[in-house]
Design a protein around this ligand. Sequence first.
Ligand SMILES: [Cu+2]
Length: 284
Amino acid sequence: MNSKMMKIAIPLLLSAALLSACGKSDTKTNSGAEHGGHGAHEAGEQQVGAGANQEKDVQAVFKLSSEKPRAKQDTGVSIQIAGKDNKPIESLDVSHEKKLHLIVVSKDLSYFNHIHPEDKGKGAFQISTQFPAGGEYKLFADFVPTGMGSMTKSQWITVQGDAAKAVALEPEANLTKTVDGKEVTLTFDKLQAGKAVNMTFNIKDAASKKPITNLQPYLGAVGHVVVLSADASQYLHVHPTDEKAAGPDAKFMTTFPASGIYKIWGQFQHEGKVFTVPFVVKVP
Ligand SMILES: [Cu+2]
């Protein structure tokens, strides 16, 4: 770690400490018994509370390689998973093939990036990334400390440079769209806040309209789905209900904590390429 990194570490650490001091967890983990079929998480969660290892006692300390990261320039992001006492939490479970998933979004949610920092050992992770424009971004680390449930810790950062024009988050009436030659339709069994919701992505070849039946596993499942509330305060955990499916349907389950506007990103792999399809919905 160079001295530049140490400098930025201090304000970020302070803000992380302030956030936790307020007792405001701004992320929502929805992994739990109501989902069923996610044995590893449930077994882990039953141990939470046995000692001091509760979700609120865990922090992800984000550090940037530059105090003032600039748009379109390589920026190092390091993440240390630690307890409240700042001692590293060294044992993390592999979930969806990785120990840590990093989601980066712009404030208006128009930019989305799902990346996997290199595991440096002892609960430390590192990656170099670029931000597309100036403005605020939120970083979410998604991980599972051994013996605990899946959790998400986040950090807002500011990137220098010309800002992109903010994109309004408008709920879409038509949930069919074409991305990378795939026509994807999203349906829900019953879209309602506070209730488990089944969501299905149906994937066709956009040109031939033929259903795609040979999706490849992505991160160990038929796909990976991230859901954020419009203000990026709520990060929802989403589980595939049939991990081994290969299309044309990919089914997931989640619970929207409150009514409002949410953005959903589905990520799938076909013929060696990952494609990401975003949708904006209004949950009654
Ligand atoms: Cu990931």
